[in-house]
Design a protein around this ligand. Sequence first.
Ligand code: NDP
Length: 328
Amino acid sequence: MESQTKAIRIEQNGGPEVLKLVTVTVPAPEKNEVTIEQKAIGLNFTDVYCRTGLYPRPLPHGLGFEASGVVKAVGAEVRHLKVGDRVAYGQSPIGAYAEIRNVPGHQVVKIPDGVSFEQAAAIMLKGLTAQYLLRQTYRLQGDETILFHAAAGGVGLIACQWARALGVKLIGTASSPEKATLAKAHGAWEVIDYTRENVADRVSELTGGKKVPVVYDSVGKDTWLTSLDCLQPRGLMVSFGNASGPVQGVNLGILASKGSLYVTRPVLGAYVPTYEKLKQASDELFGLVLEKKITPIIGQRFALKDAGAAQTALVERKTTGSTIFTLG
Ligand code: NDP
């Protein structure tokens, strides 16, 4: 059965003013989909890239990839979900900024008892990202010291806690003493305030000159060279975001001159292409939440109608941890 919903749409790329809250019709789910009445929605930096057009998509379109809620209807081919299930997703077709929506069933998992809708919406995309970064892109064993930029952010605070759970020494970066304190409180071993200290020098000092085997860099353009300078010979640069702008025009020779380095530019979708992969990764994530090794940190909440203000706060570095949109 179709329903009416409030949802954010954009007709053109641009600033936060292009976000419009409109009423749209949600059709009955296709045979591979479920209809979800959403309870909480996650804000992600990726949403900003989609709004500005850095990640272009055919217009008009909705926004958002991450939310939690209750299943209202189930397509004929979806076997693992039923009406009434508490569910979440972190990798979906664009359009999570809505009260009700349809999502392919293979992208949706049940939320375990003990995890709230808000907590699930705060960690699905960001926590699955931390999972693949720390457990798959570079499989941390527990005796490494690593560098992770934006440690007080959404992905960052989950990564800090995950690293601590693994016994890994995570050196974070942050733009203020308050953010540095927050990241340390959630498991970072050390945090470099990059507005006051030289990151590469400090990493060298903290590691006794050895530097690190892997750098996780979501800042992009501004930190690219510094990050390479923090790596050991044959180290791995994981460039997974563009908060300061994309890394462009790289001369591959720089990887040779800085010690035969490796680079990867990963994306979550490639790590959870099937329900089985998604279930495996989300079981690991929720397991750590239930063991209280990872606590979802919700730094701010906004109403869906204020999605533009929420995105501005994220872009202006005024947020910490996860940001969610609350729904009735
Ligand atoms: P965050 O909460 O981490 O917010 C971004 C943070 O980046 C800011 O708080 C700020 O922290 C830091 N930053 C540094 N330079 C800038 C700048 N010029 N403008 C804005 N922020 C800056 O966001 P998310 O947790 O949502 O995402 C983190 C990153 O991970 C994003 O780049 C995102 O695109 C990426 N990502 C990539 C995925 C993938 O699969 N490839 C999946 C999920 C996220 P500070 O003030 O401390 O510098």
